[in-house]
Design a protein. Structure first.
Length: 295
C-alpha cells in the first residue's frame, strides 16, 4: 500500500515477491476509492513519463482521468472504457485529474495493468486506442454481471486488440453467487477489489490476489456483494522491469534510461512543460526503482 497523497491509497498487486507475472500481465495497481481534500486533487497528477516494451491498460470504476501522450492523443477516460496504450519502442504519457465532478468532491477508483509484449512486438510502433463500454462483451446471469475487457473467455471475444493470448475480466457478484475462472489459459488470477470470496472452503478478502495453476478449476463463491478482476493468459518468458520500462533484454532497458536522460524521447505536444526525471538508481534492471503508482 502506498499513498500518492493524503487520502489516496494505491495498492501494488503485481509484481510482488512470490509472483512476478500472471500470463503476460507484469504490473497491476488499484487506486482508490478516493477520499481526498478538494484542494489536493491536482497533487495526484502523474507527469509525463516514458514506457517501452509493454501495453498499459487503464480501467476506471468511478471518476475521470485525462490522458495525453507523445502521439498527440488527448483522451478523457471514463468508467467502463478500456484505454489500451502500446508503448512498443517508446511512448511518453501523462495522467491528469481534471474532472470537474472530482474537483467538486467526487470519487475516483481505478485499476491499471501493464501487459508485456512478445519479443517480436517489443520494438513495434507505439499506439493508443480507446474502447467504449458498448464495444465490450457483457454476460449476465442470476447474481452475476461480467464484462470481458480484453482477450477470450467464456466463449466470448473482446474487440480490444491484444498481442498475445490473454483474458481480462470485470465481474460483479451478488452475495451467494457462484462463478468459475476461464479455462484454457496456463496462468490465471483473480483480484478481489471489494467484498470477499470463498474458494475451496477458505475465505479471501478484498485486496487479495488469488493465483491458480493450470488444470485446477475452482468455484468462486461470493460471501457478500463483491467486485473481482480476473486476468491471465500465456507466459511470454522472462521480463526485466526497471521503473516504467519492460524488456526481455537488460541492455534495451539501459538504452531507454539513457534515451530519457538525454531527452531523445519526445514529450506529449499538449503536455510538455514538465516531466518525471529518470530516478537516480544504481540497481540492476530486474530490481530497479518501483514503477510510479498509476503510471
Amino acid at each position: 500500500m502506498a499513498q500518492i497523497s493524503e487520502g489516496f491509497a494505491v495498492k501494488r498487486i503485481l509484481p510482488y515477491q512470490l509472483r512476478r507475472m500472471i500470463g503476460p500481465f507484469i504490473f497491476m495497481d488499484h487506486g482508490g476509492p478516493l477520499n481526498i481534500p478538494i484542494e489536493s486533487i491536482r497533487s495526484l497528477d502523474v507527469l509525463p513519463h516514458p514506457h517501452i516494451g509493454l501495453s498499459t491498460v487503464s480501467y476506471l470504476f468511478s471518476g475521470m482521468v485525462t490522458h495525453r501522450d507523445s502521439l498527440g492523443v488527448e483522451q478523457i477516460i471514463t468508467p467502463g472504457e478500456v484505454n489500451w496504450m502500446t508503448a512498443g519502442k517508446g511512448i511518453v504519457h501523462s495522467e491528469r485529474f481534471e474532472d470537474p465532478v472530482m474537483l467538486a468532491g467526487g470519487k475516483l477508483e481505478m485499476i491499471q495493468t501493464w501487459v508485456a509484449l512478445p519479443e517480436k512486438e517489443e520494438e513495434s510502433d507505439p499506439s493508443f486506442t480507446n474502447y467504449k463500454p458498448t464495444q465490450l462483451p457483457v454476460f449476465t446471469d442470476k447474481g452475476v454481471w461480467m464484462r470481458l475487457i480484453a482477450g477470450d473467455a467464456y466463449g466470448l471475444t473482446s474487440e480490444v486488440k491484444t498481442h498475445s493470448p490473454l483474458f481480462y475480466v470485470h465481474v460483479e457478484l451478488d452475495q451467494g453467487a457462484h462463478f468459475g475462472l476461464p479455462v484454457g489459459h496456463s496462468e490465471r488470477g483473480a483480484y478481489i477489489v471489494r467484498g470477499s470470496l470463498e474458494v475451496n472452503g477458505i475465505i479471501y478478502k478484498s485486496g487479495q490476489l488469488l493465483v491458480f495453476t493450470k488444470g485446477i478449476d475452482p468455484l468462486l463463491i461470493a460471501k457478500e456483494q463483491s467486485t473481482v478482476m480476473m486476468l491471465g493468459g500465456e507466459h511470454l518468458g522472462e521480463r526485466f522491469i526497471w521503473w516504467n520500462f519492460v524488456s526481455s533484454k537488460k541492455e534495451r532497458i539501459e538504452q531507454a534510461k539513457e534515451d530519457w536522460k538525454q531527452g531523445r524521447i519526445i514529450l506529449p505536444p499538449m503536455d510538455n512543460q514538465e516531466f518525471v526525471p529518470l530516478p537516480e538508481d544504481k540497481s540492476k534492471p530486474a530490481g530497479g526503482p518501483s514503477p510510479n503508482h498509476l503510471s
